[in-house]
Design a protein around this ligand. Structure first.
Ligand SMILES: C[S@@+](CC[C@H](N)C(=O)[O-])C[C@H]1O[C@@H](n2cnc3c(N)ncnc32)[C@H](O)[C@@H]1O
Length: 313
């Protein structure tokens, strides 16, 4: 440092120090902005799984709890929208509503902006919503509450809601999963996952699920934070490709969503991965598709339960 000081002089050292600091902050900000999509859940993992969860065939279940007028010209804000599948569904279900959706992750927002029409997608923080008081008729979120400090989570929604506005909080609960034999983990995948060094859990590191709440705590927390007429309901999402009630498009989407989940999980650990693990994953889902199209039933199923808590400002 002394010789560097000697060579460059004091002002130059200051300038280098300032540039390094700005660069550190910029890099840090960029990384912070993409943490979810890079390290926690990839774009396709979230988009395809939610596209299924918010398919029109499940709308009746949500509608009965949401209690919103499909004809009303209301303003809806979705918080922590990820790649935008719920906002996309809301636009279909409430075509006269003006829908805004925000998320902290810039990759999710640019994916949504490029792929979903009729919704305004913005980068923003749930703990500092970039909107004036009393702006919206409805706020809604899906699997976001457990990641955001509760006083800020409820307080900001209460602030931006109009008096009498509706707060809807959707939260995933324990479900039921039954795997098809052809989808068991392959030798290549086992080897890949065993080769990943044990380290601090990525999820802990990024504060994922820092504020979990039970089925009883969630409505109580909404009430404690100033909402009234709080009610709860549940939507049961049954995804079984071989069940006759689902179209081929829906069954293929169920299989594809799982494929993308497995592929993005491998890529998100940011280790060198051999193409052979990717090929192994693709081969097993190609096989599952073949069995589906040949009518050789596997009866693999995934049943998820979404809790919906509704309160009034
Ligand atoms: C489990 S994902 C759910 C995404 C989306 N709601 C869906 O169901 O596809 C949680 C989302 O919350 C977002 N998130 C977490 N903390 C946030 C905050 N303070 N402000 C805005 N978004 C946040 C993450 O970026 C991520 O997109």
């Amino acid at each position: 440092m002394l010789s560097l000081y000697g060579m460059l002089g004091k002002p130059m050292i200051y300038i280098i120090f300032i540039i390094c600091n700005i660069r550190r902050k910029v890099v840090c900000r960029l990384e912070m902005n993409n943490i979810w999509s890079e390290y926690v859940q990839g774009i396709m993992t979230l988009y395809l799984s939610r596209k299924l969860r918010f398919d029109d065939i499940f709308f009746e279940q949500y509608k009965s709890v949401f209690q919103l007028d499909p004809e009303a010209k209301i303003k809806i804000l979705e918080i922590g929208c990820g790649p935008g599948a719920l906002a996309e569904a809301l636009h279909r279900w409430y075509p006269k509503a003006e829908i805004t959706a925000i998320d902290r992750d810039s990759s999710f927002i640019s994916f949504a902006q490029n792929n979903i029409a009729g919704v305004t997608f913005l980068e923003g923080d749930a703990t500092r919503l970039p909107f004036a008081d009393n702006t919206f008729d409805v706020t809604i979120s899906n699997t976001v509450q457990e990641h955001v400090e509760p006083t800020a989570f409820w307080g900001e929604q209460k602030r931006v809601l109009k008096s009498g506005g509706v707060c809807l909080c959707l939260s995933a609960r324990k479900g039921l999963h039954c795997q098809a034999p052809c989808l068991e983990m392959t030798k290549e995948e086992k080897e890949f996952w065993e080769s990943i060094p044990q380290s601090e859990s990525e999820l802990d590191k990024y504060g994922v699920c820092r504020y979990p709440m039970t089925e009883a705590e969630l409505p109580a927390s909404m009430e404690e934070n100033g909402f009234y007429d709080v009610t709860t309901g549940y939507a049961v999402i049954n995804l079984t490709p071989d069940a006759r009630k689902y179209s081929a498009r829906m069954a293929e989407l169920m299989i594809e969503a799982k494929r993308q989940n497995d592929l993005e999980a491998i890529k998100s650990v940011h280790h060198e991965y051999d193409e052979k693990v990717i090929n192994a994953v693709n081969a097993k889902y190609d096989e599952r598709l073949r069995l589906y199209h040949e009518g050789i039933k596997q009866w693999d199923t995934s049943i998820s339960l979404t809790m919906i808590v509704r309160g009034i400002k």
